[in-house]
Ligand binder design. Structure first.
Ligand code: FES
Length: 101
């Protein structure tokens, strides 16, 4: 399923844009010009990471500080924890993520 997240021009560097896809939140983040699609509900207590702090390729959950590698979804605090990542497609100035159901 292809989900429209936002217009490409609205996704500025270090910005997080999200969309609800059924029970989950999906985010797209632009870092150094690259677009990354990632699950945006923290695996700790499900806080939204839409307002997470971005440093390099790391996002920090605003609730209790768990950190994730945006490229892989790997949690840097708990090695058994993993966020899903999603392919990102830009078409006709719109940003989409490919989400499997
Ligand atoms: S909900 Fe994200 S660190 Fe607790």
């Amino acid at each position: 399923m292809k989900i429209n997240i936002c217009r490409e021009q609205d996704l500025t560097e270090g910005n997080v844009r999200t969309a609800k896809v059924m029970a989950r939140t999906v985010a797209v983040i632009r870092i150094n010009g690259e677009l990354y699609g990632i699950e945006a509900d923290c695996k700790h207590m499900k806080a939204s990471m839409a307002r997470g702090k971005i440093e390099g390729h790391t996002i920090t959950c605003p609730a209790h500080g768990w950190q994730y590698d945006i490229r892989t979804g790997a949690c840097l605090n708990e090695l058994w924890v993993q966020l899903k990542t999603y392919p990102v497609v830009v078409k006709d100035g719109q940003v989409y993520v490919e989400v499997s159901v």
